[in-house]
Design a protein around this ligand. Sequence first.
Ligand code: ZN
Ligand code: ZN
Length: 234
Amino acid sequence: MAGLREMFFPADCALCGKMLLSADEAFYGICSDCAKNFQPELVPRCSLCGKPLISEKERCMACREKPGTERAVPFAFDAAFVVFPYVGKYSELCKAYKFGRKKNISRFFALKLLEARLIAPFPREAATWAPVPPRAGKIKETGWDQVEEIAKIIEKSIDVQRCLRRLPSKSQKKLGKEKRLTNLKGKILCTGKPAKDMVLFDDVFTTGSTLSVCAEELKASGAEHVYGICLFYD
Ligand SMILES: [Zn+2]
Ligand SMILES: [Zn+2]
């Protein structure tokens, strides 16, 4: 029995390595001392991408209108919320989850997304969530999709529609914002009928390009409003 228990309930905190003492700690894979540091900053945020503002007002520099460009705003989603900066303990936990395969952390991350929903700028009708689909071939290469693991937990509380598919495209990692957008254009397909108000969710928000292309596709398929929520911003 001890062996089985170990598989489902890890003994050590994914972040500090301390022994997990309660059933709750074991369930989430993180000790309560580390977990209590994971609170979103209650600071003024950009009304479009949700990143904390530094000295700007209302919108961050990246989300301002650019004269002469195709769109008045750089993104197709209506508003997004990003929970934690991708630095220090936050990025460490993300890496322990993704690369260290501490799968229990999916429960902790799902909890953090559901909590953040309460302070995110979404209207209450936006109750259908859609995971940002993984890069084509990713599951074959790595054996799992960490956003899907979070989706499985989230769908116990809210409606989740897996209506987006990603066709093969070059990795986004080394590309700038403009190139990321063109690289993904036409590579995300909506395979179902999305709800009127949708919330896209993902792990890391970097330039917002992936979220934006997904939002564009959902809107082209009939969604009226699309919001985004991501655990980390880079
Ligand atoms: Zn810990
Ligand atoms: Zn912004």
